[in-house]
Design a protein around this ligand. Structure first.
Ligand code: GRF
Length: 212
């Protein structure tokens, strides 16, 4: 079985990376994580990658004069490693035109809200301030915007009345994020995602909404 080479891009702890490494370590996984890229040396995700025997690269903003140059460097690194699919997992940079051209409809992102509600940062604080009863996470294809791309799969959790942003965030991570990202990547490499307009159709009987 020839496996599909995947890169995961991180800036921080990388618990989603860990979930992806775990799921793709199964003998029947069609995806193989061949590279982890970070935009900072301190990203703990790099250590997780090394522990798993996966190649790492660090692409620093300060080494590139413009966001466009950064984006081109990122695409070049991924192409050098033969990557076919890209997973953003807590990567704190918007990808730009060079990345989108190099990997058309082949970049996934996970965001800790039920998009299109609460894109961007400070998400759990905002959700609590709005008094929402349900929160969750979304895996989507990446387009040029911030958390705006076509939705692949979502996971929902209950918001408790006394939740702090940290408590809500942890519930979303452990109950749904770590489940839905492996599902989305598996469908992606199996060629099960079809984009019609801005709607992603998934050729599966599995639920496209996970309840945590
Ligand atoms: C997750 O909440 C993810 O949804 C968001 O950034 C966070 C990354 O967490 N994009 P981790 O580094 O995977 O633990």
């Amino acid at each position: 079985m020839s496996r599909v080479p995947v890169a995961v891009l991180v800036s921080g702890s990388g618990t989603n990376l860990a979930a992806l490494l775990e799921s793709t370590s199964a003998a029947d996984s069609l995806a193989e994580i061949v590279l982890v890229v970070a935009d900072r040396h301190k990203a703990y995700g790099l250590q997780r990658a090394r522990d798993a025997g996966v190649a790492t690269e660090v692409v620093l903003k300060r080494d590139h004069p413009t966001p466009e140059a950064y984006d081109q460097a990122l695409a070049a690194v991924l192409q050098r490693h033969g990557v076919e699919w890209v997973c953003l997992a807590g990567f704190m940079k918007l990808v730009g035109a060079a990345m989108l051209a190099a990997f058309p409809q082949r970049i996934l992102n996970i965001h800790p809200s039920l998009l299109p509600a609460f894109p961007g940062l400070g998400v759990q604080q905002a959700a609590i301030e709005h008094g929402v009863r349900a929160a969750g996470a979304t895996v989507h294809l990446v387009d040029g915007g911030m958390d705006t791309g076509p939705i692949v799969v979502q996971g929902v959790v209950e918001v408790h009345p006394d939740d702090s942003p940290e408590e809500l965030s942890a519930r979303i991570l452990t109950k749904v994020e770590h489940r839905i990202y492996p599902m989305a990547l598996r469908w992606a490499v199996q060629g099960k995602l079809r984009l019609r307009g801005r709607v992603v159709h998934v050729d599966t009987d599995e639920p496209l909404l996970v309840v945590g």
